[in-house]
Design a protein around this ligand. Structure first.
Ligand SMILES: [Zn+2]
Length: 344
């Protein structure tokens, strides 16, 4: 029987992932801890919401390069759970464009929408340990939470409105969001590039959504489940997701897994300091458009120039570029077409 309807105070007092033996999810292998002495496993995890731009290509190149430099593997994962935002054909185009750059990924491409039972099992495990409650707050507020990981905007913390309300989790007549109950305290993440991050998740973010009201598994949940299941040892991605790392570390631990290391890399901005976007109209920065006009080596050179490791106009292979991408090169918060931006 589920114990999800227990009073909130008992749920909060429950020790983390102990006492009850492995959860059904853990027994079925849906979530497992990363072995302590495993080889490097990285990943690049694009959302198929459009064609890749140079900022996305930068993240892909760096993720691949770090795996190459570590003598490890790099996986490719298509994060397509937010179906309304998925663009038809984008997934195949992304795979093609990465291959054109010479980035080869290990194993098969993991497509999130083909692995839904894995996320369901993780939710059951969280529910069994009393870490989930139902939230009936307005769609407007939920929209902000759902889009936060990709917008970089955290917005106000969820105030815990529904924490003690005892709304039923499974009410077919009244769809609810499922929130993860965050325990008090500061979560520390020692990012390999961005440095130490300390976040009081309960106060700064609040209990966050792991299953949206529309039934979609939330970004935070899916990424943690997949990183654990795929044995990812280092998460490489843009700085816009740095503030998600403490939440994800919490979820890893709640699911009985060891959080991976994190390495958040610079964002690519235009002359006005704005992040590149996938929208039509930004064609000069769309990878696919660039690859119709110039060689892959030249496009890789553009990425190297942004990082400050290639001269303007230089052409080189992905492997040669990887050799130049040291940790120090990545310890800036932003890059532009003409090079890295020092300072904030
Ligand atoms: Zn609520």
């Amino acid at each position: 029987m589920s114990n999800a309807n227990e009073p909130q105070s008992e749920r909060s007092a429950r020790p983390a992932a102990q006492g009850g033996g492995p959860s059904p999810a853990a027994r079925s292998g849906a979530v497992r801890a990363t072995p302590p002495t495993t080889a490097y496993v990285g990943r690049y995890a694009p959302s198929p919401t459009g064609d890749l731009h140079l900022g996305n290509a930068l993240a892909a190149v760096v993720a691949w390069a770090r795996a190459q430099r570590a003598g490890g593997r790099c996986l490719l994962r298509v994060e397509d759970l937010d179906r309304p935002r998925v663009v038809e054909g984008a997934s195949a185009r992304i795979v093609e464009d990465l291959a054109a750059l010479g980035l080869t990924f290990d194993r098969e491409v993991l497509v999130q929408s083909a692995n839904l039972p894995r996320y369901e099992a993780a939710l059951l495990a969280l529910r069994a340990r009393g870490s989930i409650y139902a939230c009936t707050c307005s769609r407007k507020e939920l929209a902000r939470v759902a889009s936060a990981p990709h917008s970089g905007e955290e917005g106000p913390a969820y105030p815990g409105t529904c924490r003690a309300a005892g709304h039923p989790l499974d009410d077919k007549d009244r769809p609810v969001a499922w929130r993860f109950l965050v325990e008090p305290g500061v979560v520390v993440v020692d990012d390999r590039l961005a440095g130490r991050v300390e976040q009081d998740v309960e106060r700064e973010v609040g209990d966050f959504v792991v299953r949206r009201r529309d039934g979609v598994f939330a970004y935070q949940l899916a990424v943690v489940v997949d990183d654990a299941a795929q044995g990812v040892t280092e998460v490489v991605r843009g700085r816009d997701l740095l503030s998600s790392a403490p939440r994800q570390a919490l979820l890893h631990r709640a699911l009985g897994a060891t959080p991976p290391a994190f390495a958040h890399i610079p964002l690519w901005v235009d002359e006005d300091g704005r992040r590149l976007s996938k929208r039509v109209g930004d064609a000069p920065t769309i990878l696919r458009a660039l690859l119709t006009r110039e060689s892959p080596g030249r496009v890789l050179g553009r990425i190297g120039t942004a990082l400050g490791v290639c001269a303007p106009g230089e052409e080189l292979s992905a492997r040669a570029l990887a050799d130049r991408i040291t940790d120090d090169v990545l310890r800036v918060s932003r890059v532009t077409s003409s090079g890295p931006v020092r300072g904030s």
